[in-house]
Design a protein around this ligand. Structure first.
Ligand code: PAF
Length: 281
């Protein structure tokens, strides 16, 4: 149960990664914004199984927040996070100071077209530019051979896969299944912001998505299932369903039936907290 070494400066990170590369070790990175839950820990476990060395990063990336209040409220629990990681025996916890990621005069944005023109790309303007830019920085800083992301943020996963391919980054991107609470709610750091009452209602989003998946399997038209689910969610107390879409899993194009590998994607607000989820259908 040794807490991981915490590195806050790129030079210190490089001193470690250089030695690991000399030893021809593979290096996995698990990028996070902290407030670690079992979903993150499942990524760490997958990384431990895949690579000789594992780096977990914690950086609450200001450039991916389109709303200053959301950034200010984002949970920050570094000490507890380090404690949760102790049992995994990771090789470094990289918690860069902000100037290690965005030094003075930083002027570059990585922007992925197409995949970001829908869903969170519309509802959170600039979000994916922030994600793509910070992931590119974290990949190049850690010189990782493999990176692990949760399918909970499926659009993000596809955006990161695209940028790694387009920029010829020599890194393999792994997507890992969403981890859910016993009542079905997808684990997310933002769940910490839900009141007890909202937390009790939150699993309804997943229940409605499962109901749509069942309806599709029974051959019912998606539009009808979608309208009924949105109506029920609004009656339950969800204030705004931003999207409840059926989309192709690879290019995220809208579908009206699951005629090729498809997923249902949802984003909805509950008591001031934005929840997102997706499932394969
Ligand atoms: O999914 C997240 O926690 C963040 O978007 C990520 C990938 C760590 C980039 O800041």
């Amino acid at each position: 149960m040794t807490p991981p070494p915490i590195l806050r400066r790129l030079d210190d990170l490089r001193a470690s990664t250089r030695a690991w590369h000399r030893a021809e070790d593979t290096i996995c990175v698990v990028p996070t914004m902290g407030a670690l839950h079992d979903g993150h820990l499942s990524l760490v476990q997958a990384a431990k199984a895949a690579c000789d060395r594992v780096i977990v990063t914690i950086f609450v990336n200001p450039r991916q927040f389109n709303n200053p209040e959301d950034l200010a409220n984002y949970p920050r629990t570094e000490e507890e996070d380090a404690r949760k990681l102790a049992r995994f025996g990771i090789d470094a916890l990289y918690v860069p100071e902000p100037d290690q990621i965005y030094p003075d005069g930083f002027a570059t944005t990585v922007s992925v077209a197409g995949l970001t023109d829908v869903m969170d790309g519309i509802h959170r303007p600039g979000h994916f530019d922030g994600v793509a830019t910070v992931c590119t920085k974290l990949f190049t800083q850690t010189t990782a051979t493999d990176a692990f992301f949760g399918e909970k943020d499926f659009q993000q996963l596809q955006v990161v896969r695209r940028l790694a391919r387009d920029l010829d980054l020599q890194i393999e991107i792994h997507g890992c299944p969403t981890i859910r609470d016993i009542d079905g709610l997808a684990l997310s750091s933002r769940n910490l912001l839900l009141s007890d009452r909202a937390r009790a209602l939150a699993p309804r989003l997943y229940e409605e998505m499962e109901a749509i998946a069942e309806g599709l399997a029974a051959g019912r038209p998606f539009g009808e299932l979608q309208r009924a689910a949105i109506d029920r969610l609004e009656k339950t107390g969800f204030t705004r369903v931003e999207y409840l879409d059926l989309r192709a899993a690879d290019d995220l194009h809208l579908l009206d039936a699951p005629t090729r590998p498809a997923r249902l994607f949802a984003a909805a607000w509950l008591a001031g907290v934005r929840l997102i989820d997706n499932i394969a259908v």
